[in-house]
Design a binder for this molecule. Structure first.
Ligand code: NDP
Length: 283
């Protein structure tokens, strides 16, 4: 079997086309969706993600700005800026790019964002709504994964999904969203024993561990769907996933590549959430 590739870049382009119409329609009602991204420090990966988010916003007509702050900023100063953005009626979406410098408690910052403007879907109120199956801002990477599966009409209900990784931003929420879609979900992490035995049972395997190319065909059941969330930069500068693509595609039925896989979908779902925030705030 040679797996069919789920191309996140193509799907993202299609979805952005639709979003452009939505934004044009909002403009006729004098609503301009506005996303503010807060960048603390000058981590090159963060700068590149933030610029990508700004470019993508502009492509669909969302107004976006980046507030750049020094690495030395205190937690209180950052909280003050977020408070001002919460109060600012022209701002619909607020995203604080992670990671943050160590003097700042990430959870305090996430919880300071108005849940109505929390387009990353990280606020505990929005996480609670997601867990209880209510309408909310779904976290962008997990939401993008669901859209990728749906784009290929891959049945989720009744499937055994194995998630490698249990972070708050990827592993845990992707498992929850798939559970909401009636999958049977198993989580694995660095303390999991007999990993290969478990991953081999997966109908859908989601890999989000941040270890380059470690998951090969030995971990994958014939015909499984493989979603590779990992983004790893090798010493030679090449970007690669957590899955050994060439090996895995010999046994999988569908597979996402890196790059042009989950990454572009993450940004696209951020745009979706920003448009949703603008509609709800201006209602
Ligand atoms: P974290 O480092 O926060 O979490 C990694 C998780 O993987 C942890 O739960 C850890 O277990 C588990 N883990 C690590 N090594 C192993 C192993 N050998 N076997 C089993 N489990 C393991 O990472 P993130 O969730 O933030 O990100 C994961 C990857 O996804 C990274 O490469 C990141 O760059 C990428 N990413 C991609 C995005 C995209 O848009 N495509 C968005 C966000 C992240 P434990 O909890 O026990 O430590």
């Amino acid at each position: 079997m040679v797996a069919e590739v789920i191309n996140g870049k193509e799907l993202s382009a299609e979805m952005k086309k639709q979003m452009r119409y939505e934004v044009e329609n909002l403009l006729t009602q004098q609503i301009i969706p506005h996303l503010t991204v807060v960048l603390v420090g000058n981590n090159p990966a963060s700068m590149s993600y933030v610029n990508g988010k700004k470019r993508a916003s502009e492509e669909v007509g969302i107004q976006s700005e980046i507030i750049e702050l020094p690495d030395s900023i205190s937690e209180n100063e950052l909280l003050k800026i977020i408070h001002q953005l919460n109060q600012n009626k022209a701002v619909h979406g607020i995203l604080v790019q992670l990671p943050l410098p160590k003097q700042i408690n990430v959870q305090h910052i996430i919880e300071s964002i108005d849940p109505k403007k929390d387009v990353d879907g990280f606020h505990p109120i929005n996480i609670g709504r997601m867990m209880t199956g209510q309408d909310t801002f779904l976290p962008c990477t997990p939401y993008g994964i669901i859209k990728m599966l749906q784009s290929k009409n891959i049945t989720i209900e009744g499937k055994h999904v194995v998630i490698l990784g249990r972070s708050n931003i990827v592993g845990k929420p992707v498992g929850q969203l798939l559970l909401n879609e009636n999958a049977t979900v198993t989580y694995c992490h660095s303390k999991t024993k007999n990993l290969q035995e478990i991953t081999k049972q997966a109908d859908i395997l989601v890999v989000a561990i941040g270890r380059p190319n470690v998951i090969n065909k030995e971990y994958i059941k014939n015909g499984a769907v493989v979603i590779d969330v990992g983004i790893n930069r090798l010493e030679n500068g090449i970007l690669t996933g957590d899955v050994d693509f060439d090996s895995a595609k010999e046994v999988a039925s569908y597979i996402t590549p890196v790059p042009r896989g989950v990454g572009p979908m993450t940004i696209t779902m951020l745009l979706h959430n920003t448009i949703k925030a603008a509609k709800e705030i201006e209602k």
